[in-house]
Design a protein around this ligand. Structure first.
Ligand code: NI
Length: 214
């Protein structure tokens, strides 16, 4: 994985290397190449994702205690929504469901992985700063410094215990989504300067939305 921590430009230059795709959101150039149907499906999915300002993004989610058909269905629905949104990770809190559930998929053809009640068991000392985006923060990309290697203990949607040893993008996505379950956004994981710039982008997005509505 290539570090893009020295990136001064808020718009990432993407050269087709999947590794530099920011966490959760697809790269801009990929979005511009989408066929109309995929684009429409993405728009519908994105409307279901809570955006900056929604209180569910600032709240800590509660552990799942019941492993039933409803949970399996919730995970299936989250995976589908993530797929439609062209995201690589999604936390339940982003849909306003205050459960400690996250889904992710780093490789496009891999099955969707679900982690229920994830606990960070270990993280390496080696860190890397890379640009991250978030489905809940449209237009925002900020540098986030995170451990490159992590080990996470969790349950799957059927209540089976699992341990995930992840590195690189997979480790980054898992940490990003686990942050969501604690009500932490990437805005709180970046420098003051980048946060200021991100807040400006979010304000402009909000004003544009009001402009469209009025
Ligand atoms: Ni996010």
């Amino acid at each position: 994985m290539r570090a893009v921590s020295e990136h001064a430009d808020p718009i990432p230059t993407v050269d087709g290397d999947a590794d530099v795709e920011a966490a959760e959101v697809p790269a801009e150039d990929r979005l511009s190449r989408l066929d109309p149907e995929t684009r429409a499906r993405r728009e519908v999915a994105l409307r279901l994702v809570r955006k900056y300002g929604d209180p569910s993004l600032k709240s800590r989610a509660l552990p799942v205690e019941r492993f039933d058909d409803a949970l399996v269905e919730e995970v299936r629905r989250m995976g589908q929504l993530m797929h439609d949104a062209l995201g690589i990770g999604l936390a339940a809190t982003q849909l306003g469901v205050m459960h400690r559930v996250l889904v992710y998929r780093v490789e496009p053809d891999a099955p969707v992985a679900a982690l229920v009640n994830p606990v960070l068991e270990w993280s390496g000392t080696e860190k890397e700063a890379l640009e991250e985006g978030c489905l809940s923060l449209p237009g925002v990309l900020v540098d986030v410094d995170r451990p490159i290697h992590v080990r996470v203990r969790a349950l799957d949607e059927h209540g089976e215990e699992l341990t995930v040893e992840a590195s690189g993008l997979e480790a980054r996505v898992i940490q990003h989504e686990m942050d969501h379950l604690d009500g932490v956004l990437i805005l709180e994981r970046t420098s003051r300067g980048e946060r200021k710039q991100a807040m400006r982008v979010l304000r402009e997005e909000a004003e544009a939305a009001v402009g469209v509505a009025s």
